[in-house]
Design a protein around this ligand. Structure first.
Ligand code: 5GP
Length: 209
């Protein structure tokens, strides 16, 4: 049989952490990068206002709604979502630049964004990060102190709805203790790299013998 297969072995993984706001996606990503500094955390584009201490180009690329819509129109977004009246999205170019070099990329996305990304890149690994309970989530959002009461209630309502989408994800990790969740994610990434289906992909149906 003619070998028309192209190795994907050197392509970095796209690992998406998704789950309700306040579940601890950012702490998880920080802990994963502390453990393995070769990982890259994708910097998203957003139209929301920077929070105190957030630096443009570090936390997010902060842009106007007009600019964001222009990026969508130009086909530059790998995925995007309108969340609590603000746009959030991932620039395609930023991601492929890393994965082409074999760098594993971590993304924290809304559920809708995660599902859209998977549609555009079926090799992406979707992990649903779940809080131990909705009460624990409310407490985390209150402790964080970055949102008004009204915004917290809005985020909790969204969270309840989002939990109904778990079935579309590849993995479920409960974030009770950060260190345990980090170990789970590292194990998932190790296993994903050993998938036979990821090692080789058919270059083209037409070339098959
Ligand atoms: P926050 O305003 O708390 O920084 O983020 C709100 C939500 O937007 C979080 O659930 C976060 O995971 C999500 N988010 C951040 N960046 C992106 C992105 O590029 N695309 C999508 N779809 N969601 C994002």
């Amino acid at each position: 049989m003619k070998n028309n297969r192209k190795t994907e072995k050197n392509r970095g993984l796209l690992v998406v952490l998704s789950g309700p706001s306040g579940v601890g996606k950012n702490s998880m990503i920080r802990a994963l990068i502390d453990d393995d500094p070769s990982l890259f955390h994708s910097i998203s584009v957003t139209t929301r206002e920077p929070r105190k201490g957030e630096i443009d180009g570090v936390a997010y690329h902060f842009v106007s709604k007009d600019k964001f819509r222009a990026l969508i129109g130009a086909g530059d977004m790998l995925e995007y979502d309108l969340y609590c009246d603000e746009y959030y999205g991932t620039l395609q170019s930023l991601i492929t630049e890393k994965t082409d070099k074999g760098i594993d990329v971590l993304l924290d996305l809304t559920i809708k964004g995660a599902l859209e990304l998977k549609k555009n890149d079926p090799n992406a690994v979707l992990i649903f990060l779940m809080p131990p309970s909705l009460d624990a989530l409310r407490e985390r959002l209150l402790d964080r102190g970055t949102e008004s009461r009204e915004r917290i209630e809005q985020r909790l309502k969204t969270a309840e709805r989002e939990m109904g989408c778990i079935d579309s994800f590849d993995y479920l990790v409960i974030n009770d203790a950060v260190e345990d969740a980090v170990e789970d994610i590292k194990a998932i990434m190790r296993a994903e790299k050993r998938l036979v289906t990821r090692s080789f992909v058919d270059e083209s149906e037409a070339d098959r013998v």
